[in-house]
Design a protein around this ligand. Structure first.
Ligand SMILES: [Zn+2]
Length: 110
């Protein structure tokens, strides 16, 4: 079993972006799952109790990778050496945006 990022209060344990000082610890016992405001305490509560958070991360990563690949298809380039700086940044932003959206969806409160 591996939980979300439990020991790092500066990074959101769900989406990996900067945490905002909101956390949840099962039964009030540290370590807490620290999260950003966009992920919020309800997702932190749910993520802290997930038995295998790695599966959630892998699913979100796979979907984000697929979406980033689709971005490359839309610009008609698959060779990274041919990307402009703007295209490369757009590729990375596509991956990050979809990773964050998907992992939040997977940790959505029931
Ligand atoms: Zn977050």
């Amino acid at each position: 079993m591996r939980g979300p990022a439990l020991h790092h209060y500066a990074t959101c344990g769900i989406c990996g972006r900067r945490a905002d000082g909101v956390g949840y610890a099962i039964d009030g016992r540290m370590p807490a799952v620290w999260v950003c405001n966009d992920c919020g305490p309800e997702r932190a509560r749910r993520a802290a109790r997930m038995r295998d958070f790695d599966v959630v991360e892998r699913k979100a990563f796979a979907l984000a990778a697929q979406r980033a690949g689709q971005f490359l298809d839309t610009i008609g380039k698959t060779d990274f050496a041919c990307l402009t700086c703007e295209e490369y940044e757009a590729f990375l932003k596509t991956f990050q945006t979809h990773f964050v959206e998907e992992i939040r969806r997977l940790v959505e409160p029931a």
